[in-house]
Design a protein around this ligand. Structure first.
Ligand code: NDP
Length: 320
């Protein structure tokens, strides 16, 4: 099969396109013929070694496709089923063997491409807006990188929950997309905390969704209302340096959390609940997916260069 392999940590050039043997489904696993693979920022963290990952490995933690075979002991999923998964490496390939308990059904009214484009980021946006901080009607929320994969979903879901959304973006084209997704106000990154104060009459926002990290962290803290929540959920610009908790007091008894999707899909029930909520939004058109670019699998390197170069919008897919 066609696949990408990473033999050593490094830049996008370590994503090597190769031919290799099909994986065989072990006990408890299903073999999936991929229709599309989702590209996520976490793929960059694994590739660079920022997150530990033994090499060699086939990267990519999200995909959707059709079950080709099942391993010993697998029940509840069968060849021919349309499925998706996230959180297990190996999706930058034509086929992947995945633990059956990580696989979720894709409803008939959701395409496999849309499933690969929505599962990981959609469930993340779901837990951030429903669990980390349950957005209330009338809240003002700040979404960084509002035209990115996560940003466009967070913006739309916060709007569905009745919030006023302020988004940050780096270009006019990204501003247009953020506004199309429902952002009420869109600002640049320069001194965004002052802009947020101005736009909220000095009060600050109920929650900041910050996947940018090092570059925005201080301004995010300065943008909160008293007892607001800073959901630091990523580090696209780099890791936030060590931090004095006293700053949470100075910022207004605010809450800081660094959440992760794995801890919000701990049980099979929770995984199915969040995935079906996401697929229902997509099927009903309540959340619109913006697939910014579809790359051939062999062009995974270019996908990473574009993602890290801030040249992308919405979701990126690799087609096998
Ligand atoms: P995006 O599509 O949002 O791409 C990253 C965007 O971040 C860029 O387009 C850019 O938008 C912005 N950005 C700002 N500064 C930088 C920089 N120095 N380098 C690169 N990008 C920068 O990616 P994803 O939607 O895949 O992921 C967004 C974040 O969400 C990541 O941090 C990721 O790790 C995190 N995440 C966390 C999860 C969790 O459960 N904790 C799960 C899923 C994603 P602009 O040009 O407008 O600034």
């Amino acid at each position: 099969m066609r696949a990408i392999v990473v033999n050593r940590n490094g830049g996008p050039e370590v994503l090597e396109f190769t031919e290799r043997e099909d994986p065989a489904p072990g006990p408890g696993e299903v073999l999936i013929d991929l229709a599309a693979s989702g590209v996520n920022y976490i793929d960059v963290y694994f590739r660079t070694g920022s997150y530990p990952q033994p090499t060699p490995y086939v990267p990519g933690v999200e995909g959707a496709g059709t079950v080709a075979a099942v391993g010993e002991g697998v029940t509840g999923v069968a060849p021919g089923d349309r499925v998706a998964w996230q959180g297990v490496q190996g999706s930058y390939a034509q086929r992947a063997a995945v633990p059956a308990d990580k696989v979720v059904p894709v409803p008939d009214d959701v395409s496999l491409e849309d499933a690969a484009a929505s599962l990981l980021q959609g469930m993340t946006a779901h837990y951030l807006t429903h669990s980390t901080y349950a957005v209330q009607p009338g809240d003002t929320v700040l979404v960084h990188a509002a035209a990115g994969g996560m940003g466009l979903l967070l913006t739309q879901i916060a709007k569905l929950r009745g919030a006023r959304v302020i988004g940050t973006v780096s270009t006019p084209e990204k501003e247009r997309l953020a506004r199309e997704a429902g952002a009420d106000e869109v600002v640049g990154y320069d001194d965004f905390a002052s802009e947020v104060r101005r736009l909220t009459g000095g009060e600050g926002v109920a929650v900041v969704y910050d996947g940018v990290g090092a570059a925005t962290f201080d301004g995010s803290l300065d943008s909160l209302r008293p007892r607001g929540t800073l959901a630091l959920y990523g580090a696209a610009s780099g890791k936030v340096p060590p931090f004095d908790p006293q700053r949470l007091n100075a910022a207004g008894s605010v809450f800081l959390t660094r959440p992760n999707l794995a801890h919000h899909t701990l049980t099979r029930d929770e995984l199915l609940e969040r995935s079906s909520a996401v697929f229902t939004w997509v099927a009903k058109g309540e959340v619109r997916l913006h697939i910014g670019h579809r790359y051939d699998l062999a062009d995974a390197r270019r996908a990473h260069e574009d993602l890290e170069g801030r040249r992308t919008t919405g979701k990126l897919l690799l087609l096998p």
